[in-house]
Design a protein around this ligand. Structure first.
Ligand code: RIB
Ligand code: CA
Length: 325
């Protein structure tokens, strides 16, 4: 099961998961994060439709537990998928199942991959802690950073920064959680030439992925002077397919809650706001932290199961509004 805030790197992660026979994607839980939840839900519908798959969708979270909602339009575009063409959003999400209900429907325990803020999982733990422990055999999260510089503030990674209270609750639950943070994902820089190659394909799907990725490449150039783009969310999925892709160490971690909303940004008592900073602390929660990545294992998966697959794919027809054949 994948909890995601699609999101351009989420797009690649979802296509990799859906294109890998080793994985049985039992459901996709959609969260706010890179964009508002209505866009993220529409994006998840469009991604699974273009992948030719019918996957049960639910809504993990619409907004943070306490914090103001903040999305990353500058990074992923107003739609959440850059320049990719999309149908209108606006699905009324009131009657869509929540993550805990989707977990309850699973006959067997699952691996839960979270690729966005941890709010959905924190809400499920708050509502049904015993159910979550019974049905989540393993939790692997793209979240946080230790030695690596943050990408939202100097100290914090975006998924942790969005809802530090949620990450704090998830850490304390010791499901157990495996953290795939910026310390390894910053090595997952997809080169501009890989992105450009998609533009020259005759496949509409390849060009659609290109339209999403080229926005993301433009952002990385402008924000970090980087050639290419960091495909963070691909790593947890790749590690499920090829465990040798990542090495982990058990550490004891905490997440700083920083200053309450409205306490003013920036300097807190002389120091910059530590909101969302994940760091080692002897009495912290037990978390397995990804410390090394072998991109030589990851790139062939992405190349074969997403990019090469996309260039061969034929469009999935729409039979009625949004449904797939
Ligand atoms: O910090 C990177 C993470 O935040 C990725 O999961 C990206 O998609 C955003 O959700
Ligand atoms: Ca994400």
């Amino acid at each position: 099961m994948i909890d995601t805030d699609p999101g351009i790197d989420d797009l690649l992660a979802l296509l990799l998961a859906l294109g890998s026979p080793e994985l049985d994607v039992r459901g996709i839980s959609v969260s706010y994060g890179n964009t508002v939840v209505e866009n993220a839900y529409r994006n998840a519908v469009e991604i699974t439709r273009r992948a030719g798959r019918r996957i049960t969708l639910c809504v993990g979270a619409r907004r943070p537990l306490k914090r103001d909602l903040a999305v990353a339009a500058e990074t992923h575009g107003a739609s959440g998928l850059g320049y990719a063409e999309l149908p209108p959003a606006g699905v009324i999400l009131e009657w869509v199942k929540s993550l805990d209900r989707l977990l309850a429907d699973q006959p067997e325990p699952v691996t839960l991959v979270t690729l966005g803020p941890l709010t959905g999982l924190a809400l499920a733990l708050r509502r049904e802690p015993d159910l979550v422990r019974a049905k989540v055999a393993r939790h692997i999260a793209m979240v946080g950073n230790l030695a690596a510089r943050g990408n939202t503030t100097r100290y914090a990674e975006f998924n942790a920064w969005c809802d530090p209270e949620a990450l704090d609750a998830v850490f304390r639950a010791e499901l157990p959680t495996e953290m795939v943070g910026l310390d390894v994902t910053r090595e997952a820089v997809l080169g501009p030439q890989e992105v450009t190659r998609l533009a020259h394909s005759s496949s509409p799907l390849a060009r659609w992925i290109h339209d999403a990725l080229r926005f993301y490449v433009e952002f990385h150039k402008q924000a970090e002077g980087l050639d290419g783009c960091i495909v963070n969310d691909v790593l947890p999925i790749a590690a499920l397919i090829r465990p040798e892709a990542l090495e982990f160490e058990e550490q004891r971690l905490v997440v700083d809650l920083g200053k309450e909303e409205g306490e003013g940004k920036g300097k807190a008592g002389g120091g910059e706001d530590q909101r969302g900073r994940t760091r080692a602390q002897p009495d912290g929660a037990r978390v397995r932290v990804a410390t090394r990545v072998d991109m030589g294992v990851v790139w062939p998966l992405l190349s074969e199961r997403v990019f090469r697959w996309a260039t061969r794919a034929t469009p999935t027809p729409i039979t009625e509004a949004g449904a797939t054949a």
